[in-house]
Design a protein around this ligand. Structure first.
Ligand code: ADP
Ligand code: MG
Length: 682
């Protein structure tokens, strides 16, 4: 940017030592700082039809003074000024408190503009702003800045005016003309004018659109430049898989892949074959069929002579994966082994020997996979399921076991696309956004907690048909012990309720892993009809015969978690049901329950969750690491983000981006951010 912008604000007319000090307190040193202080809202003084204005809403009206103003002194320096005003065909009252001096300015027949809160019942406007003359002579929109009562809005606006006039046309344009034209964005200079001194709502929006795009474009340029750098400097292994074998395997599956699965398989295979090291996130809603995609990817690596590994957060899940993958892959001469904390002694020793000798092609397990003595012969591809449960450190350790293995992280927590491409900016993202054909939507109902009886009847009617049910107990965040207690209580009640008819099982985090395993096995083989459980059952468990889920105290769970839980049913061909028992106290809680009954789409729910809780909460406090934007809002501006992402990709691939004048300002900013590294020679 030009020199003028870098000058201290004190160069400006009207800014003396005091104002300079006040501005410093607001974090404003240079003229650029001042111009880049964006208003956080605009006051709208556009005229509105009083007949259409709801009670208690702020409104601006223009009218004719119809009565001599009267003043009532209320004591203690308080006063009330009142007058009648003709607004179009409506005769209304206007009152001002503690501004009796206005009386001298107002005469019968004057045209005035008043802004205030509309009291519909009393047909009275409680004025707080009065200007003489018609509205057309004044600005409709006034920006409001966050000034922490350091200075008056009017003073600040005056400084802003001086700053804009001072720098005039010398402001450089960061965006290339092609972009300004294509998206009809105002130039930098125009946008600053429109933002700080808007004539109308349209201008304000235009200006905002421009700054949002610019901010997101720069952000995407940085992210992608970083990713590109990483790919160029960290070479991975070329996995030359056997396409014929892979095709034969896919043909052997009992179902046809969905289009989304085919697309993701292609993405994976292309990357395995390239020398780029894979660092990819696979997102797929519950039931979208991630496991088979993982199997195909792992088999690809195995046909190329590498070993594969797959890691899951719980023993139950790991075992389920091992079962499924062994069933699919063993007929293709793949030797599959399972390793967890409960693999001990001689069998563990033997397993490790076979692993290092390369006799095991595919190792599946829990985080036991990353213990130091687990050594692979040539690990080429690693998949971790439910990546958010694994710490960064664990992922690093696993990765270091192989010679630059490709790594795929899978998650069933649908992260809104917008967040995925920002928060996971350094990863590539694949999305399974389609469920296998023939799935029925889960019917979800929200009932008050006193409606337990009819719910149990409905559950029984499913059990009678030979189906199974989950009952999820309230979650007590602070206390694992209470969690278990709750589950035990519910288990006891249901055991009595179903005495002699159905078998009830209990599952919670305090059970020994052998016990958990046994219960899960009994449930999936149909020996247990009703599984009472805490949230340990949350991820990945696949029992297609389960068609009913009851969730106690559903308000305790976030939307994404509820959706995960619900995903345990609806996995077979039969209609499934999910009942939420909840008495939410807040509007937000009610909205969450409604959302659950309205959609089965995890991505929609994730967007909703994000909207209700905000991005920081969505990722949890620690993880939040979300980029902060001045103007852009990841939820509302997701289209702009997508546009910016595509543009950034295109720009970085252009030779002109590195040489031409039209990209100079963007280039300089990118260079200044330090993400380019030092290698770039051209
Ligand atoms: P998730 O993505 O939740 O991990 P799974 O991989 O467990 O889903 O798949 C859920 C169920 O759908 C499994 O029983 C799986 O065998 C089945 N499945 C996967 N892909 C398909 C498909 N293309 N057509 C039909 N069923 C499929
Ligand atoms: Mg899964």
């Amino acid at each position: 940017m030009t020199k003028l912008l870098e000058e201290n604000v004190s160069t400006l007319k009207g800014i003396g030592e005091k104002a300079r000090e006040q501005l410093t307190r607001l974090g404003i040193e240079t003229i650029e700082d001042l111009l880049m202080t964006f208003p956080y809202r605009h006051e709208d003084f556009t005229l509105k039809d009083i007949a259409e204005t709801p009670h208690n809403e702020r409104v601006t009206v223009e009218g004719k003074v119809e009565s001599e103003p009267t003043v009532l002194f209320l004591g203690n320096k308080r006063s009330r000024l009142q007058l009648k005003l003709l607004v179009g065909p409506h005769l209304i009252k206007a009152v001002f408190f503690n501004q009796h001096y206005l009386k001298g300015r107002l005469s019968l027949g004057d045209t005035v503009t008043i802004t205030g809160k509309w009291d519909r019942g009393r047909q009275t406007i409680n004025g707080n702003k009065l200007t003489m003359g018609p509205q057309s002579e004044q600005a409709n929109f006034e920006p409001v800045y966050s000034l922490k009562s350091v200075m008056h809005q009017n003073t600040f606006r005056r400084f802003m005016r001086n700053a804009l006039d001072y720098v005039g046309e010398t402001i450089e344009e960061p965006l290339p003309p092609e972009i300004l034209k294509a998206y009809q964005l105002p130039t930098m200079r125009e946008a600053l004018e429109m933002l700080h001194f808007p004539q109308n709502a349209g201008q304000m929006k235009q200006a905002r659109r421009r700054f949002v795009y610019e901010e997101l474009l720069l952000f995407q340029l940085k992210m992608q430049a970083m990713k590109k750098n990483r790919k160029e400097s960290e070479k991975g292994t070329i996995i030359q898989y056997d396409l014929e074998k892979l095709k034969a395997f896919i043909a052997s599956l009992p179902f046809e892949l969905t289009n989304a699965q085919k697309r993701v398989v292609n993405e994976l295979c292309a990357e395995l074959k390239s020398e780029v090291r894979m660092n990819r996130l696979l997102q797929g809603d519950v039931g979208s069929g991630k496991t088979v995609v993982a199997a195909i990817g792992l088999y690809a690596a195995i046909t190329a002579g590498f070993q594969g590994a797959m890691m899951a957060p719980t023993e139950i899940l790991a075992e389920q994966h091992a079962g499924a993958l062994a069933e699919w892959l063993e007929p293709f001469d793949v030797s599959v082994a399972f390793l967890s904390g409960s693999t001990k002694g001689k069998s563990r020793k033997q397993l490790l020997e076979r692993l290092v000798a390369g006799e095991i092609d595919l190792l599946i397990g829990t985080h036991a996979l990353i213990q130091p003595d687990v050594v692979f012969k040539n690990l080429g591809f690693v998949i971790t399921d439910e990546q958010h449960r694994f710490g960064v450190e664990q992922r690093r350790v696993l990765r270091e076991k192989g010679i630059d293995p490709d790594v795929l992280f899978m998650t069933a927590t649908p992260i809104p696309r917008t967040l995925a491409i920002t928060a996971f900016g350094e990863m590539d993202v694949s999305i399974l956004d389609e469920l296998p054909a023939g799935r029925k939507e889960i019917e979800t109902h929200w009932l008050k907690e006193d409606a337990l009886q009819p719910v149990l009847q409905k559950m029984s009617s499913e059990l009678v048909k030979g189906r199974q049910a989950y009952v999820i107990c309230p979650l007590i965040e602070e206390s694992d012990k209470l969690d278990v207690q709750n589950a035990v209580d519910v288990y006891n009640q249901l055991t009595v309720y179903y005495q002699g008819k159905f078998k009830v099982g209990l599952m919670h985090g305090r059970l020994h892993s052998d016990e958990k395993e046994e219960i899960m096995r009994a449930f999936s083989e149909g020996e247990i009809d009703v599984l009472v459980s805490t949230t340990v059952v949350e991820v990945g468990v696949n029992v297609p015969n389960a068609t009913f889920m009851l969730i106690y105290d559903a308000t305790r769970f976030g939307l994404s978690q509820l959706h995960q839980l619900r995903g345990r049913v609806g996995r077979g061909a039969e209609q499934s049901y999910c009942v939420l028992l909840a008495d939410p106290k807040t509007e937000e809680g009610k909205e969450r329950m409604h959302s659950m009954t309205e959609t089965n789409d995890g991505f929609v729910l994730a967007e909703k969750d994000l909207e209700l809780r905000g991005a920081g909460d969505f990722f949890g406090k620690k993880q939040s690491g979300m980029p902060e934007f001045k103007m852009a809002d990841l939820i509302h501006d997701y289209r702009a983000l997508d546009t910016a992402r595509k543009d950034a990709e295109r720009f970085l691939a252009l030779d002109a981006f590195w040489t031409s004048e039209q990209f100079r300002v963007l280039r300089e900013r990118l260079e200044a951010s330090g993400v380019l590294g030092t290698e770039r020679m051209d």
